[in-house]
Design a protein around this ligand. Sequence first.
Ligand code: TRP
Length: 359
Amino acid sequence: MNNINPWGNDIIKDYGKLIKDFDIQPLSEIEYENPNIFMRRGIDFGHRDLDKWLEDAKKHKAAILTGIKPSGVYHLGNLITAQKLVYFQKQYNVPAFYAIADIEAFEDNGIPFDKGFKNAIDNVADLLALGLDKNKAYIYLQSENKKVMKLSYLAAKKTTNATLKAIYGERPVGLYMCALTQIGDILLPQDDEFGGPKRVLVPVGIDQDPHIRLARDVAQKYNLIPPASIYHKLFKSLDGTKKMSKRDPMGYISINDNEKVLKEKIMKSYTGGKDTIKKQKEEGGDADICPIFDLAKFFFVQDDKQLKSLYEKCTSGSILCGECKMEIYKEAAKFLKEHQSKKERLKVDAEKILNQSKS
Ligand code: TRP
């Protein structure tokens, strides 16, 4: 059994095996009132204690928290967690927490703190443009937050070297420190300042599960409620081989890309298509491995019937990759244009929120 690596770009081939190896609960038994795209389409596939969280959310004893490394502008992979934060805040009317992991961006990606702050303004503007209610949200920088520091030291006190090694493998101590800082983030909503113990749901990509496991372990040692989680499948880079990441410039779509760049990236992208038109018409394409189909499935085709029809057209060979790319490009361009104009107006608010979060 391999460790899951929260600091790499590996994609995961077998989600079923992962669920078994790490004792993650499958999502299939959960019933939602107003499921979002990720839930409806099996992009969300696993959880820890989501059922308990849903119960506690009804009783208003719950919160939602996620975070981001401010290592650049959002790419589409980052958009997933942001959209989920907004969804849960609205749907369950719970307070939302958003950690700007500037310590981790410094340690893991070499981003200086002032640059991290600038990136964070852009990231928070995205979050507001996606509809986060800032009046029911606590957005903060790790490096400026004494409570997170306190909680991460408490976590460190109860965590041995052997535990860290078992969860993460042998790593530079700096990455262990980032992990413990993230445990501080995850426990923050249970601090007295926010009304004490409550069930916290953390929506993240499955690569972050090691942190969730450690946070649950530490929570129990302090009589706090073990945080819950909901996991989505990792969003692939446009060459289909890795997780979408800022480490790989042509492989990712940035939320700030203009139409020209967007078109170029989509047109150059790898697909599940066949080598020749003849072969594709005969055998059909492979939508399940196609990053372009993923763009449709995760974001740009909202209607389930329309998505199904695209899948059928692809796999039966009745649509070719060029035409499909053009269709998805148009949808993506429309979304990005609207989003970018909304976010531009929200940057002032974003900067204000971040300045206020400084101690
Ligand atoms: N480590 C996360 C990432 O690389 C970012 C993060 C920091 C986070 N603190 C968090 C995610 C708390 C969820 C909860 O993307």
